[in-house]
Design a protein around this ligand. Structure first.
Ligand SMILES: Cc1ncc(COP(=O)(O)O)c(C=O)c1O
Length: 387
């Protein structure tokens, strides 16, 4: 255990010191195929030349000025994200949780505008929205909230993928927003019914509340569209993203449209670092690559290969309860806890993750190729069959 680091991440037994494309290397030079991407962050893989160039050029020019000044790179990034998403305005943060904090603050200002003094944001069981006080209060996993009372008030948890439960709550008249992950990531890669978001859009319109999508994990091409909501034909009022946005530099964004885009006014919110020249230049280079048709085509083709490969290889395996996901966000739910597979995979030169205790989660870089997927399918299915 580290002498100087707090123990919130527990024991960490391995170190990595170099990355290249879909591979990571440890101190001894051993190579690992990365099927985690720093938890859905490095979509372009490690040390992508365009990302490295953007960081290097910006570092040689200007790192930081503060939001007391115009930041050209911020403008350009906001423009690109609005163009991609159909949203209208952006606020930049340093992380996903902070992007959600901005969304939650927007919902409170919306309540104030409507004269609602006891506003409620509907959130779902099994969700994950971050580790700050407001976002952990919104999170639908009791373990994340445990020990942090008193929690931030004003969140109501309902079952995921049940629009009726949300409509029921909205009848109370004080619901101002619905905050939802289009696919629950930390909750076990849970994919809702295809019309879930469309139904939520209708409910939010009917009850005049904001549809706020947490695309911190699903955004930035992870599911095969730039944003996961683009698999449906709706548009949210508020959209948060982070993780893949900067390919490894810390940046998050809260995008908004319509009335929601006008609620944060001068002095109501801010961040010293948020959206500084370095992270915005890097994110712009990242977004420029991620939005290319060739990248999205690769995500969809490799996704199909991965799902077909896993389903075939694990067809007869009685321990597999479900194989699900979207794009390159894949969960293999087993009938038992399977945390030990992470170390076993490491020993075979593969980096994977287990979430929700019993679900192997695969989040490979979006640039992954056919041979990598073959290796991934073979190693993961061999490990699962060996339990
Ligand atoms: C859906 C979702 N929201 C929010 C967060 C929090 O993001 P961050 O860790 O950057 O604060 C995460 C992180 O896993 C996430 O998956």
């Amino acid at each position: 255990m580290s002498q100087y680091l707090m123990n919130n991440y527990g024991e960490r037994s391995h170190s990595l010191n170099r990355g290249e494309g879909c591979y990571l290397f440890d101190d001894s030079g051993q190579r690992y195929l990365d099927a985690l991407s720093g938890i859905a962050v490095c979509g372009l893989g490690h040390c992508h030349p365009q990302v490295t160039r953007a960081i290097t050029e910006q570092a040689q020019t200007l790192l930081h000025t503060s939001n007391l000044f115009n930041i050209e790179q911020q403008e350009k990034l906001a423009h690109a994200l609005c163009e991609i998403s159909g949203m209208e305005k952006a606020f930049f943060s340093n992380s996903g949780a902070e992007a959600n904090e901005a969304a939650i603050k927007i919902s409170r200002l919306y309540a104030e505008k409507k004269g609602i003094t006891d506003p409620v944001v509907i959130v779902t069981e099994g969700s994950f929205h971050g580790r700050t006080m407001a976002t952990l209060s919104a999170t639908g996993n009791p373990k994340v909230r445990q020990g942090f009372a008193p929690l931030v008030q004003g969140f109501k948890h309902v079952p995921y993928n049940e629009p009726v439960a949300i409509a029921e709550q909205c009848k109370s008249g004080n619901v101002v927003a619905v905050l939802i992950e289009p696919v629950q990531g930390e909750g076990g890669v849970r994919v809702p019914d295809a019309d879930y978001l469309t139904e939520l859009r209708q409910i939010c319109d009917q009850y005049d509340c904001l549809l706020m999508l947490d695309e911190i994990q699903t955004g930035n091409a992870r599911t095969g569209r730039y944003f996961a909501f683009q698999h449906s034909d709706i548009r949210p009022d508020v959209l948060t993203t982070a993780k893949g946005l900067g390919n490894g530099v810390p940046i998050g964004a809260c995008l908004a449209s319509g009335v929601a885009a006008e609620l944060l006014q001068a002095g109501t919110h801010g961040s010293t670092y948020g959206g500084n020249p370095l992270v915005c230049a890097t994110a712009l280079a990242t977004v420029t690559e991620l939005r290319k048709d060739s990248l999205l085509d690769n995500v969809n083709a490799r996704s199909q290969q991965l799902f077909e490969g896993l389903r075939l290889a694990l067809k007869e395996c009685p321990r597999v309860k479900d194989i699900r996901g979207k794009g390159l966000m894949v969960g293999i739910e087993l009938d038992q806890p399977c945390g030990q597979l992470v170390e076993q995979a490491w020993q075979k030169g593969l980096i994977i993750n287990v979430t929700a205790g019993n679900t192997v989660r695969l989040l490979p870089p979006l640039i992954i190729n056919e041979e990598h997927i073959e290796q991934l399918v073979n190693t993961v299915s061999e490990l699962i069959r060996g339990i």
